[in-house]
Design a protein around this ligand. Structure first.
Ligand code: GRF
Length: 206
């Protein structure tokens, strides 16, 4: 069976990338394989993880590419050269333009550390998401994997998982629990679902 070619876009620690690598190794992602990791930061630890796993990686910064347009052009060339089927944003801290997202309809997915439509959209990234959940006093939060379109965190939802908030939680504690209980499980599961769909559709076209 041909597998969907996956590119993972990262900016930081890469624990979600690691969850994807581990799931592929464990046979939990059967319909896709990670072919490329792209970081928009040269110091991202995620690059080390890619290297250890023997996955090709690239660093593309907006500055080196002369701005957002140049960055997206270089990124698109890298993805298209390798015939990437699915782009996974795993802690990728940059918003992609409408012309980029429209080029890959239902072929880009993102993991967000809250239950969309809560605590999402512009300005809700990293610890800010968990700070907002604690400030609001919700008792349940979680993670969402969704398709990426031109609206930040606004594309169709694929999977969600709830996580309880505990008394005395700090944003850091909550971030860790959301990752362990939701993100690292949800992202590989969503990747398999979407890869399976993409391969099915490709099969029909051939
Ligand atoms: C995760 O919380 C993810 O939901 C968010 O950014 C964080 C990335 O963490 N989009 P990591 O780089 O995968 O460890």
């Amino acid at each position: 069976m041909t597998k969907a070619k996956i590119a993972v876009l990262v900016s930081g620690g890469g624990t979600n990338l690691q969850a994807l690598i581990d799931a592929e190794r464990a046979g939990k992602i059967k319909s896709g394989e990670i072919k490329l990791v792209v970081s928009n930061s040269a110091s991202a630890y995620a690059l080390e993880r890619a290297k250890k796993a023997g996955i090709e990686s690239l660093t593309l910064t907006r500055r080196d590419c002369g701005g957002q347009e140049g960055f997206e052009k270089r990124l698109m060339d890298a993805l298209d050269e390798r015939e990437i089927d699915l782009i996974i944003l795993a802690g990728f801290m940059s918003i992609l333009s409408e012309s980029f997202t429209a080029h890959y309809p239902k072929r880009i997915i993102n993991i967000h550390p809250a239950l969309i439509p809560a605590f999402c959209g512009k300005g809700y990234y990293g610890l800010k998401v968990h700070e907002a959940a604690l400030r609001c006093g919700v008792k349940v939060t979680g993670a969402t994997v969704h398709y990426v379109n031109e609206i930040p965190d606004g594309g169709e939802i694929i999977l969600q998982k709830a996580v309880n908030i505990r008394p005395g939680d700090t944003p850091e504690l909550l971030r860790r629990r959301v990752m362990e209980q939701a993100e690292w499980k949800l992202l590989p599961r969503a990747a398999e679902l979407v890869c399976r769909r993409l391969m099915r559709e490709k099969g029909k076209r051939i």
